[in-house]
Design a protein around this ligand. Structure first.
Ligand SMILES: Nc1ncnc2c1ncn2[C@@H]1O[C@H](COP(=O)(O)OP(=O)(O)OP(=O)(O)O)[C@@H](O)[C@H]1O
Length: 570
């Protein structure tokens, strides 16, 4: 129904009048009545082509009940439609610009590979000396889209295939709303080298936290290791930085201009904390560690624009309904296979150590978003490894800035996560420890998401109705004027199907008194609804040459329609 403007309505004495919405100069509806009653039957046939709109308040379809003075009661809210439309456009993007001779036409079962985010024009990511490239691809067997992360020139470790397969299976089993699931891992020579491909679910328009919040700071890393606050822009376009063991290429200056946001609302930070901690909890409970927690590996998959619970834009709610997901799951484990340990005890201790590292990285991540400083993440990452004392001093500077903008609770949570305990006798921390620190904010965020859920459900209901009408119209279009049935009496101009053709004219091809096309979405929708439910109400159908006039009920039309569509489907 997109593209058709909705009708507005007025209600007088229990009658709802749908006012022409479709065209700028609507025909006045006051004197129009499409209900076939004795008085209307006395009209001339031509009168029936004049606009006909008048809903009784005892409307029989949900669509009629929904109609009111506002467009938003008729169609899904603009903010949701915008986001979904942009997603669809992204999905359908098959741009010729991205045709790249280095990309094979088929990799395993995947076709139509398009490199995602070719920001610097080159593969931007290295891990353990391996270059990584991310593609969107279509599974040729199912038509589903996936995200393929390829590591170039991979030498598989054949020493422990059982452990490798076990690790892959453990990651594939993880299902969580804040984790992008790993579907498959395979090696391929399709790119002309020996590559390993990690297959993940694809999220159109997903944006990394890095590009969403920190792209304007990338070039300052390395030059600026002081206290919190965003850095100045540099006009350099190809700086390379190292973060958490990975090297990344920075964005061009034009891209850095996009996100110059100051401090995030505290609720948004708690929103991220709740979602990411929940993901880590599931990973840790599965005896695994994420090992890659940094701003480039956390994706905002929806709601980053701050639509708000009811679709209204507000800065206060910016990011409050953002959905975040951890990407890159399993990569470190599978590529390094460094979890090979002879005894079960060693293995447990090793995983526990990695989980502690996850908590520290999580703390650094929270610190960086709370201070709006990528340096808070990278400095602490580097300095912790080099010198604990300096590390603590510099981190303290960042932590001290938190209460200027946020609660002590947030500060304490970050401090708890970030504090690196060297004492091997101290009890290992668990992600569950932070639950009491989040406290009642869980409820606040949950309430917020429930409200959003209810709102989205209501919006969905409108489109369900529109979807029903689209299916009805598709069937009607399929039946009408099929050339191969021209000689078949049941399909001919005198048969049952003829009425459906006249009904099509009745819906779409009416003219006003002056012979001008009369277009009204309300007329179309209300009559389609009556047709769909097979209302006993009658209408008058007139042939184009005005020689045939047929009085028929919607019920009868529906019977013709069902017979016709059943015939076609056999
Ligand atoms: N599952 C996914 N669905 C959709 N897009 C994804 C998915 N995983 C990653 N992406 C997108 O692919 C792009 C590249 O991902 P990557 O993890 O390499 O991030 P990056 O910011 O380019 O990091 P780096 O600079 O370290 O390479 C990012 O724009 C990210 O949003």
């Amino acid at each position: 129904m997109d593209g058709l403007l909705p009708s507005s309505t007025t209600t007088t004495n229990g009658n709802t009048k749908v006012i022409n919405s479709f065209f700028p100069n609507p025909v006045t509806t006051t004197n129009r009545d499409y209900h076939i009653n004795t008085s209307s039957l006395s009209q001339t046939p031509a009168d029936y082509f004049v606009g006909v709109l008048d809903h009784q308040s005892t409307a029989t379809s949900p669509q009629q009940i929904q109609i009111d003075n506002s467009n938003s009661t008729f169609f899904i809210a603009d903010s949701i439609r915008d986001e979904l439309t942009r997603r669809m456009a992204k999905i359908q993007e098959m741009s010729s610009e991205t045709i790249n001779i280095e990309i094979p036409s088929k990799v395993d079962v995947f076709i139509d590979l398009i490199q995602i985010d070719q920001i610097s024009g080159a593969s931007s990511f290295t891990f353990n000396g391996m270059i990584s490239t991310v593609y969107r691809a279509t599974n040729s067997e199912t038509g589903q889209l996936f995200c393929l992360r390829r590591f170039h020139s991979f030498q598989p470790n054949t020493a422990n295939t059982k452990l490798l397969m076990g690790t892959i299976e453990s990651w594939k089993r993880i299902q969580h709303p804040n984790i992008i699931p790993l579907r498959q891992v395979f090696t391929t020579k399709s790119f002309g080298d020996s590559s390993v491909i990690f297959v993940y679910d694809y999220y159109p328009l997903a944006e990394t936290i890095m590009s969403s919040y920190f792209s304007n700071q990338l070039n300052t890393i390395g030059n600026n290791s002081g206290g919190g606050g965003g850095g100045n822009h540099s006009t350099t376009t190809t700086t390379t930085m190292t973060m958490n063991g990975y090297s990344t290429s920075s964005r061009p200056y034009s891209q850095q201009q996009q996100n110059t946001r100051k401090y995030l609302p505290e609720q948004t930070i708690w929103n991220y904390i709740i979602q990411i901690s929940s993901a880590l909890r599931t990973i840790h409970q599965s005896n695994l560690a994420f090992r890659s927690l940094d701003p480039t590996k956390i994706l905002i998959t929806s709601g980053g624009g701050g639509g708000g619970v009811n679709g209204t834009h507000s800065n206060i709610n910016r990011g409050r309904d953002a959905r975040v997901k951890l990407s890159f799951c399993g990569v470190t484990d599978i590529l390094t296979l460094d979890s090979i340990h002879s005894s079960a005890n060693n293995h447990r201790a090793f995983i526990q150590h990695l989980q502690q590292e996850d908590l520290i990285l999580f703390g650094r991540f929270c610190l960086s978003i709370a201070t709006n400083s990528l340096t808070a993440f990278t400095t602490s990452a580097l300095q912790r490894d080099n010198n604990h004392h300096n590390h603590n001093n510099n981190i303290q500077e960042y932590i001290d800035t938190i209460p200027r903008n946020y609660s002590n609770d947030l500060r304490n949570l970050i401090l708890y996560l970030i504090t690196f305990k060297t004492n091997s006798t101290s009890k290992p921390r668990s992600i569950d420890d932070i639950m009491p620190m989040i406290g009642a904010r869980f409820y606040m965020q949950l309430d917020y998401f429930y409200l959003r859920y209810d709102y989205l459900y209501d919006e969905l209901a409108k489109e369900v109705d529109n979807g029903r009408l689209l299916r009805l119209l598709s069937k009607l279009g399929t039946i009408n004027e099929r050339p191969e049935h021209q000689l078949d009496p049941t399909w001919s101009e005198t048969g049952d199907r003829y009425m459906l053709k006249l009904f099509r004219d009745y819906l779409f091809h009416q003219c006003d008194e002056t012979g001008k096309p009369w277009l009204d979405l309300g007329h179309i929708i209300s009559n389609l609804n009556k047709f769909d439910i097979g209302s006993p109400e009658k209408i008058c159908l007139i042939s184009r040459d005005a020689q045939n006039v047929i009085i028929v009920s919607f019920e009868e039309l529906k019977r013709c329609f069902e017979t016709a569509i059943n015939d076609l489907m056999q």
